[in-house]
Write a protein that binds this ligand. Structure first.
Ligand SMILES: CCC1=C(C)/C(=C/C2=NC(=C\c3[nH]c(/C=C4\NC(=O)[C@H](C)[C@H]4CC)c(C)c3CCC(=O)O)/C(CCC(=O)O)=C2C)NC1=O
Length: 169
């Protein structure tokens, strides 16, 4: 598992080079955004249960066929599995936000996920929709916590979205 700093060190070490201007710039930007990243993680941690619940409600409101007979989230067990998955996405997004690097998502979340979903018939596109709902809710709360530029919050949610959907084609 890597973060912004360890991945940079790894790249420069492989090349046997000192940090150059690019490296210094990216380190600066990582540390400058550090407080906002930690604040965003705190917002997520403090509201995780409600965020998952609300994002789930919104998803099922917009795509009610998911929880009707024949839908993948139909039955209490599968409904709960779906919300648990949303909770995973949120928790790992908070790790990736703090790390400033998406490696944790590759290693802990995305590896083999699409295959698992395909074999269980879990539909990718509503899952991705759920991830995007989570993103918007987190961004709104992070903004409400006084962080002016919330664009960095997009990254882990968009990364999971891209990785899950792109290979599905
Ligand atoms: C930490 C990393 C991690 C992830 C991401 C993860 C996902 C994950 N979701 C699963 C199932 C599932 N995932 C869903 C999710 C959904 N169904 C829908 O219709 C919605 C679109 C969606 C919710 C947004 C459902 C319903 C199941 C159960 C499917 C079944 O057993 O038939 C399974 C199969 C095993 C199980 O049921 O626990 C895995 C491994 N597990 C992990 O360890």
């Amino acid at each position: 598992m890597r973060d912004a700093v360890t991945s940079l060190i790894k790249n420069y070490d492989v090349a046997g080079r000192y940090f150059d201007r690019n490296a210094i710039d990216s380190l600066k930007s990582y540390f400058e955004s550090g407080t906002a990243r930690v604040q965003a993680a705190a917002v997520i941690n403090g509201n995780a249960a409600a965020l998952v619940k609300q994002a789930g409600s919104k998803l099922f409101e917009e795509q009610p066929e998911l929880i009707r007979p024949g839908g993948n989230a139909y039955t209490t067990r599968r409904y709960a599995a779906c919300l648990r998955d949303m909770d995973y996405y949120l928790r790992y997004a908070s790790y990736a936000l703090v790390a400033g690097n998406m490696n944790v998502l590759d290693e802990r979340v995305l590896q083999g996920l699409r295959e698992t979903y395909n074999s269980l018939g879990v539909p990718i596109s509503p899952t991705v929709f759920g991830i995007q709902i989570l993103k918007e809710m987190v961004k709104a709360q992070v903004a409400a916590a006084g962080i002016a530029d919330t664009s960095f919050v997009d990254e882990p949610f968009d990364y999971m979205t891209r990785e899950l959907s792109e290979k599905d084609i």
